[in-house]
Design a protein around this ligand. Structure first.
Ligand code: AP5
Ligand code: MG
Ligand code: ZN
Length: 216
């Protein structure tokens, strides 16, 4: 299955993508995670991306597209992928079409996780991420057993640089102006399935599973 997970910042894309990719045995490709990995390693791409990511702005399309192009050309994407946070602009959607055509692959579903704006700030501000394995927690909605420590690997939990309230507002505005138009683009192809993301995590997981089943 070749799946795109769409949704505003804090919708639960990362949380659900990990589960879906595990269940399907396909890679989870998060452009945000790839940028953050480059940032923490201090690579040239990481230095370029940092300026945008820290401000809550989108990294330029040419840079993002080139990075995704490399990733999708890896052999593990043949049997499927869960794209999390890409495409985010009309130009990225166009580029993705081109990449998939070159690779002889086709999209099976665009799953849209819908969450009202007023819930998203609290989700982002309370999020904590493991420095070692990338697992995601929330101080209220999904707390780790021991504060500041990852349940899975014992790693240190940190707060993302773009998870301050004013940066979440910038990201949310960008999402509405640049990314929501893509839903129409994919709706015209009959690919979009919308799932309510303002439910308990297990219910969101079940609804996504059902949406994937219906897209096969
Ligand atoms: P990215 O890392 O993709 O950030 P985002 O899109 O803003 O999405 P988030 O990761 O914040 O949210 P999520 O939907 O994954 O939610 P999560 O599961 O963590 O991108 C970061 C930056 O990288 C961008 O701003 C940009 O600068 C750059 N970038 C990335 N892709 C790009 C692209 N294509 N083009 C250009 N630039 C790009 O959940 C959030 C919290 O809520 C967690 O704490 C979680 O525990 C909790 N939670 C999850 N589900 C529930 C639930 N059902 N109920 C209660 N709480 C829940
Ligand atoms: Mg994420
Ligand atoms: Zn961990």
């Amino acid at each position: 299955m070749h799946i795109i997970l769409m949704g505003p910042p804090g919708a639960g894309k990362g949380t659900q993508a990990v589960l879906l990719a595990g269940q399907e045995g396909i890679p989870h490709i998060s452009t945000g995670d790839i940028f953050r990995a480059h940032m923490s390693q201090g690579t040239p791409l990481g230095k370029l991306a940092k300026e945008y990511v820290d401000a809550g702005k989108y990294v330029p399309d040419d840079v993002t597209n080139a990075m995704v192009r490399d990733r999708l050309a890896q052999p593990d994407c043949k049997k499927g992928f869960v794209l999390d946070g890409y495409p985010r602009t009309p130009e990225q959607a166009r580029a993705l079409d081109e990449m998939l055509a070159e690779l002889g692959l086709a999209l099976d579903a665009v799953i849209n996780i819908d969450v009202p704006d007023e819930l998203l700030v609290e989700r982002a501000v309370g999020r904590r991420v493991c420095r070692s394995c990338g697992a995601t927690y929330h101080v209220r909605f999904n707390p780790p057993r021991e504060a500041g420590r990852c349940d899975r690997c014992g790693g240190e939990l940190y707060q993302r640089s773009d998870d301050q309230e004013e940066k979440v507002a910038v990201r949310l505005n960008l999402y509405h102006s640049q990314t929501t138009p893509l839903l129409q683009f994919y709706k015209e192809r009959g690919l979009v399935r919308t799932v309510r993301g303002d439910q308990p995590m297990d219910q969101v997981t079940a609804d996504i599973k059902e949406a994937v089943r219906a897209s096969r």
